[in-house]
Write a protein that binds this ligand. Structure first.
Ligand SMILES: CC(C)(COP(=O)(O)OP(=O)(O)OC[C@H]1O[C@@H](n2cnc3c(N)ncnc32)[C@H](O)[C@@H]1OP(=O)(O)O)[C@@H](O)C(=O)NCCC(=O)NCCS
Length: 199
């Protein structure tokens, strides 16, 4: 594998990071359930949403770069910072509403289902997460995940995430995440996983 640089994204890289996420996450079951069966419609909707969302997050995501190009994006939020406040929601709304009322309503249902289950104990929240489409399955995600989990361990912190693919449950399981709940959202299975703090 080409060398992988792992670091926090600079503010000016958030557009590139949004593009990677929108390609990498285009075919996730939750996104098909919300945005429908046309891949390009889903990619464009995700691009709009992530371009709005990443700059609103409390700190920029962790990124993996190969030869100076972002290939992986790990959005993370510190304890108490993972649920968007009223102002952040208002600023996100246009990016969702532009998809039409039916899609917007499905997106809000899905986000509400996730936020209502947010882990009560203080935690570091992972997501959105994606490796660029053509590079998935080559070990890049594992390297970024190991770097993030080391930060968790160094801080004796709890990790938490939601996911919508059984292969992701396997992936996160390798890093010590355990399923704490499984729920169908918009007829799509979703898994809620946490990772205990290192002793
Ligand atoms: C999930 C993801 C971040 C993992 O990163 P990666 O670089 O592909 O993963 P690695 O190559 O380091 O590890 C491979 C493992 O990841 C899991 N995996 C999940 N999605 C995969 C995919 N599309 N291709 C290959 N492996 C995938 C499998 O468990 C695989 O192990 P296996 O080969 O034994 O089944 C990446 O595949 C991805 O971006 N997927 C699409 C978007 C997504 O689901 N994001 C996470 C939302 S919570």
């Amino acid at each position: 594998m080409a060398d992988l640089e792992i670091r926090t994204a600079a503010r000016h890289e958030l557009g590139e990071a949004s593009a990677v996420l929108s390609r990498g996450m285009r075919d996730n079951p939750a996104h098909i359930a919300v945005f429908g069966h046309q891949p390009e419609v889903r990619r464009k909707a995700l691009r709009r949403i992530f371009s709005t969302m990443l700059p609103l997050m409390p700190h920029p995501p962790l990124v993996g770069l190969q030869d100076g190009t972002i290939v992986a994006v790990w959005g993370t939020a510190d304890p108490g910072k993972c649920q968007p406040g009223g102002l952040q929601k208002l600023r996100l709304l246009p990016a969702v509403l532009v998809c039409g009322p039916r899609t917007a309503s499905r997106a809000l249902t899905w986000l509400n289902e996730w936020s209502s289950r947010d882990l009560k104990e203080p935690h570091h929240h992972l997501g959105p997460v994606g490796v660029d489409t053509h590079l998935q399955g080559k070990g890049i995600g594992s390297r970024v995940m190991a770097a993030w989990c080391k930060t968790l361990d160094d801080n004796h912190a709890v990790g938490y995430l939601e996911t919508d693919k059984p292969e992701n449950v396997r992936f996160y399981g390798r890093f010590g995440f355990e399923v704490i709940e499984e729920v169908a959202v918009l007829d799509t299975p979703n898994w809620f996983m946490s990772r205990p703090a290192a002793g």
